[in-house]
Design a protein around this ligand. Structure first.
Ligand code: NAI
Length: 342
C-alpha cells in the first residue's frame, strides 16, 4: 500500500497501523501535525469501510482537516484521526483502542466521531489517559450543531439578505447526533426542513418531532431549498451531485463534504455560497478546547464563528479564490504563526 506517494499524504508526521486480533481491532491513526505542544487531537471514526485503501484515505484527509480546523480557531495542537475498520463495538474493542492510543504516549488525544459516542470514550479512558474528556464534559455534538447554525445563518444573511431563518428551507442530509441537534435549532427559528438518513428510524423521529418532510437519501441533492446541509459523511459533493443542487447556500457539519478541491470552485461558479467545513463544524473542537469554561463563554466563542466566516469570505473575494481555499490559507498562516513552522 502506498503511503508516502498517496495523493492525500501531506507530509504527515506519523501514520500507525494497529492490529489486535483478539479484540477484532484494525485501526489506523494518522497524525498530520503535532502542534507547538507536541500533541494532536482528533476523533475516532468506526465505519464499515469497503477497503483498507478507503480507510487510509479517510484517515489522511480527516487528520489534515483537523490540523486546519484547530489552527483556524487558534488551538495550539495539530490534527489527527483514528479510523477503525468495521468490527462490532464491544467493550473489548474499545479497550483495545485505548491500549493502542496509550502506545502513542500523548502524541494523539482521541475523542468521539461518527460511529463512537462520549460513553464509548469513557470506556476507552479506562485504558489510556489520552482521551478528550472534561468534567463536566462539554457536549461536542450540540456545540457543533450550534456552530453550524451560526455559520448557516450568516451565509443566509450574506447570500440571501435575510436577517433570520424564519421560512428559510433547509435540506439536511444525516440525522445523527449533530444533524438532529441542528434540525431542532433550525425548527425553533421557523426554518422548513427536508430531511434524510440511511436509518429510517432517525428520519421517522425527526418527522414526528419537528414536522420535517422526509425524502430518500439519494433525492436530497435534488431538493429545491435555500440551503443544503451535509451532516453525514464526506465526499458527498462532486461532479455528479453539484449540478443537481437547487440551493443558494451549502452549510453543514460533515467533514470533507467536497470530494476534491475543485468542487469548491464548481460551487462558487454556480453562485452557491459554501461555508467551509473547518469553519462551520469547528464548534465541537471549540467545546473540547474550552474545558470548564462557563456555557456563556462557549456560546460567545461559537457566535464568533460568524465573524470568522466573514473574514474567510472577505479573503476569498480579495484573493479571487473559493471560500474553502481562503479558509485553508488563513488556517495555514495561523498554524505557522503558532508552531513557528509551516
Ligand atoms: P453520527 O454518526 O451521529 O451521524 C451520522 C448520520 O449520517 C447517521 O445517522 C448515518 O446513518 C447518516 N448517514 C451516513 N451516510 C448517509 C447518507 N449517504 N445519506 C444520509 N444519511 C447518511 O455522526 P455525527 O456526530 O452527527 O457527525 C456528522 C458529521 O459531522 C460527520 O461528518 C462528522 O465527522 C462531522 N462532525 C461531527 C462533530 C461532532 O461533534 N459530533 C464535530 C465536527 C464534525
Amino acid at each position: 500500500m502506498v503511503i508516502f506517494d498517496h495523493p492525500d499524504f501531506d507530509g504527515h508526521e506519523h501514520v500507525s497501523f494497529f492490529s489486535d486480533p483478539s479484540a477484532g481491532l484494525k485501526m489506523i491513526v494518522a497524525i498530520h501535525r503535532t502542534g507547538p505542544l507536541g500533541t494532536a487531537g482528533g476523533g475516532c471514526r468506526l465505519w464499515p469501510y469497503r477497503s483498507e485503501q478507503e480507510a487510509v484515505r479517510d484517515a489522511l484527509r480527516l487528520s489534515r482537516t483537523m490540523t486546519l480546523k484547530l489552527a483556524l480557531i487558534e488551538v495550539p495542537a495539530g490534527g489527527a484521526k483514528a479510523v477503525v475498520l468495521g468490527g462490532s463495538k464491544t467493550d473489548s474493542l474499545l479497550a483495545a483502542i485505548g491500549r493502542a492510543v496509550d502506545r502513542l504516549a500523548g502524541r494523539f488525544i482521541i475523542a468521539e466521531d461518527v460511529g463512537t459516542t462520549p460513553a464509548d470514550m469513557e470506556t476507552v479512558a479506562r485504558h489510556t489517559l489520552w482521551v478528550s474528556r472534561q468534567a463536566p464534559r462539554a457536549d461536542t455534538a450540540t456545540a457543533t450543531a450550534y456552530g453550524v447554525l451560526v455559520c448557516l445563518a450568516a451565509a443566509v444573511r450574506r447570500r440571501l439578505g435575510r436577517a433570520d431563518l424564519d421560512g428559510i428551507s433547509v435540506a439536511v442530509q444525516g440525522l445523527g447526533r449533530v444533524g438532529r441537534a441542528l434540525c431542532r435549532e433550525l425548527a425553533a427559528r421557523g426554518a422548513r426542513l427536508v430531511v434524510t438518513d440511511l436509518d429510517s428510524c432517525r428520519v421517522d423521529e425527526t418527522v414526528g418531532e419537528l414536522g420535517a418532510t422526509a425524502v430518500a437519501p439519494e433525492a436530497i441533492f435534488d431538493q429545491a431549498a435555500d440551503v443544503f446541509s451535509p451532516c453525514a459523511l464526506g465526499d458527498v459533493l462532486d461532479e455528479r451531485t453539484v449540478p443537481r443542487l437547487r440551493c443558494s447556500v451549502v452549510s453543514g457539519s460533515a467533514n470533507n463534504p467536497l470530494a476534491a478541491p475543485r468542487v469548491a470552485d464548481a460551487l462558487a461558479a454556480r453562485g452557491i455560497l459554501y461555508t467551509p467545513d473547518i469553519v462551520a463544524n469547528a464548534g465541537g473542537a471549540m467545546a473540547a478546547a474550552s474545558g470548564d469554561a462557563p456555557p456563556q463563554i462557549l456560546r460567545a466563542r461559537l457566535d464568533g464563528l460568524a465573524a470568522l466566516l466573514d473574514g474567510v469570505c472577505a479573503r476569498a473575494e480579495r484573493d479571487g479564490i473559493s471560500t474553502q481555499a481562503a479558509a485553508e490559507r488563513i488556517a495555514r498562516e495561523r498554524f505557522a504563526a503558532m508552531a513557528g513552522r509551516p
